[in-house]
Structure formats: C-alpha cells, structure tokens
Design a protein around this ligand. Sequence first.
Ligand code: ATP
Ligand code: MG
Length: 457
Amino acid sequence: MFNLVKGTHDVILDEARKYSYIEVVLERTAELYGYKEFRTPIIETSELFLRSVGDSSDIVRKEMYTFDDKGGRSITLRPEITAGTIRSMVANKLFAMQDYPIKGYYCGPCFRYERPQQGRYRQFNQFGVECAGVIRSERDAEVISMGYNSLMMLGFQNLELKINTLGDEESRNKYKEALKEYFSQYIDTMCEDCKERFKLNILRILDCKVKEDREIIDKAPKITDFLSESAKKDFDTVLTNLDKLGIKYTIDHELVRGLDYYSGVVFEFHYTSSQGKNYGAIGAGGHYNKLIHELGGPEIEGCGYAMGIERLASVMEDDNLFTDIEQFLDVYLMPIGERAINESLSIANVIRMSGYTCDICLENKGMSQMFKKGERRDALYALIIGDNELDSHKFVLKNMMSQEQIEVKENELIDVLDDLFAEDEHDEHCHCGEDHECECENHHDDEHCHCGCHHKE
Ligand code: ATP
Ligand code: MG
C-alpha cells in the first residue's frame, strides 16, 4: 500500500461527482457573462510567478513547488492560475486580435507547500475568472457580482462579501509611508514574518494572523485616510453598483490579499456553514493594474477572482447544498444462463448507445442475488433475459422501486425506455420544465438551462 503525498487527497466516486457539479455551475455562470474557457499548463517557468505573484508574497517566499527539469530550466507547479491565464492571452496575441475586455475562466489543480489543515491542501483546485481590459469600475462591480451570483447558483445563502480598496499607486505609496512610520515603533516585537514583510511589502503586515500582532495592527492607520479623489470615486462606483444589485458587503480595511499584483478593489467571499464551520475564504480576488503589462501585454488593467473547490465542497456538504446529484443506473441487465450472457453485450450496447446507463451482471448469479446487486448499484430498472425471452424476443423490464414489471418486445425496448424516462424526468428529476420551479429561480426551458441541474435533453 502506498501513502498519499502529504497535503493531497483523492477525489473519487460521489465526491468527484460533487466537484464536477460545482465546476459545471461555476462555468455556466461565467458563460452567462460572456467568459470563455482557458486551459493552460500546470507547469510554468518559475520566473512567471516571481514576476506576477511577487517575491514578497507568502506563495513565492515559501509555498512554491519549484524544481529544475532535466534541461536545467527552473519550473514551478502553478500555485495559482491568473498568471498562466494572462501569459496565455499575451502568448496567443489575444490583446492584438480581440476586443477588450478579454474574458477567460479556468479550472484546475494548484500547488502550494502549506501546512495541511482543514480546508488547506498542498494540491487543491481553483475555479477562477480574469477580465482583462477593465477601464471603468462598473466592470469591477460586474466581476464581483458574477462571483457572488455563482455562489448563489450553488445554493449559498448568507454569503459574506468582504471588500476593500488598496487605492491607486499614489494613495498606496502615501499609505505605505504612514504604515512604515507606525510599525517602526513596534516591529521589533512582532513575528518573524512581519519583520520580513516590513522590509519587502509593508501592506502585507495587515494580513498577519498572529494574535499579539493583531492588537498592534488593529490600531494602524487606515487606507481610507490616504485615498486620492479618483481612488475614492472608483471604490464608491463599485459599492453603489453592488448596492443597486442588492449585494450586501462589509468594508474591511485590513483586507489586503496575498498576491502582489492587486491594486484598487479587493474582495473575499466568506461563508459560515450552519454547523458553524468557517473554512476561511471560499473565494477571493481583486483588480490589478500592472500585471498584464508586466507579463508582456498592453498597459491595461484587469479584475478577477478564484474560488477554492475543496472549500466550496466542504461547506456545501455541511449545509446539504448538493441536491439532485445522485447517480442512478438506468438499466441493470440480468442475463440468465449461458445463451443470455452471450447476447448481453449486444443488448447492453443498444441501450448504452441510446443514451441510457447500463451495467450487466456477468457473474451468472441467481435471480435474488442479481436483484441485490442491482439495488446496490442504484438501478432504476432491471432487464431480465433468459432462454424464453430470447426465443420470443420479448424481455422482462422491472421497475426496481415499484417492483412493477412489464413485457417489452426486443425491437421496442428503446421506445419503451424513452417513454418511461420521459415520464420520470418530468415527475422527479427535472427542474426545468414549465410546471417546475428551477432551483436557480430563473425561469427557463430545457434548452437554456444554466443552473447545473442534471437532466436529459
Ligand atoms: P488563504 O488566505 O485562505 O490562504 P489565499 O489568500 O492564499 O487564501 P488565493 O490565493 O486568493 O487565497 O486563492 C483563492 C482561493 O483558493 C481561496 O479563497 C481558497 O478558497 C482557495 N485556496 C487557497 N489556498 C488553498 C489551499 N492551500 N487549499 C485549499 N484551498 C485553497
Ligand atoms: Mg494562502
């Protein structure tokens, strides 16, 4: 038996299905806002993250999986996906060929050498979006509201949106000066990380989680007193737009985020499950001004966020937000005897190619054992075939729940299944029909369902 690498976890079976469900809902919501998918490599040059995430960030200072490949190049497993996404926009000349903003979403594994604990892994999954080419703060508000709405689509109630502005460069420089003056009185008593932050990027001290340091930090100057008129106006625009959209937020002047590229508005989504568990931020993001240019693109600004799939899945599990994601087996084929077993692959083939899930009992068991196996597989129907059925070309189809059974002509099997499943869909599984209220609370028909509920077209 081999052990898992510390800080990693298997996502299998039902859990994998939950992850897929989350990803589909997030992707579909981003598509509603005109975003398209970006799939970029998991390995990138180390330089990319030094340039973007920044050498004062915890990520670059101590969390990156960096190694030299056999050709002596320094390679890093991506700790986040913004840098790779922007890099790909530049490398593929999207800024030269497409209208701004360029809107991309991504989803995939990230790697950080952190201390593993609840909601914190060394390999974890992020879903995120980047809107490259932001010229008005309304766009920032649009991005934030998309993040908020994505979480609503997943069923989150009572979300907490924390928001702050890091101002423009002029405001930030003045603020940093004031922080320097303030913290210089206390820095000798603060934690080692803070001492380093003091030298590298003083703003980051505000992010410190050490209790004794927090008392000092809480009395530090606030960014609001240093904002230029235009930085104030930009922040106000974001907030009034959120107000108009009915999105509640808390302004948190200590929110600075862990990556160096942010400027302007920054935000985090928090959620405490009904069991009282808080896994930290389930998503976070902000506006960036220099990142795109820094990575070789034009001098334009952007805004984005990333959500942690593991944390989303944990809180959703706690709050029973996974609905309708059971995976039933449509048909369990029960061949009785050698002849039926010989025919079973062809029969299952027709069923599967018609879009129904089907499994075969090839173990030549007795009837009652086959039914038990079917139940354990969550089969909806059992299809029973023996010598008589093969001779008469009439099979027995049994509803596993109601135990009702009907005789079905071989050449009508798929038509019968179509009828049965059409009824079932309408009765139980579909949330998109005219008579049903969809969970996303947006009325829509089958074709345009974006809520992520699983139904057959
Ligand atoms: P935190 O403050 O929790 O360390 P962060 O500021 O490092 O988060 P980002 O880099 O902005 O987070 O990543 C976005 C999201 O990715 C986070 O809000 C969180 O949900 C998730 N995330 C970050 N690090 C991890 C991790 N090690 N394991 C699981 N999820 C993570
Ligand atoms: Mg972190």
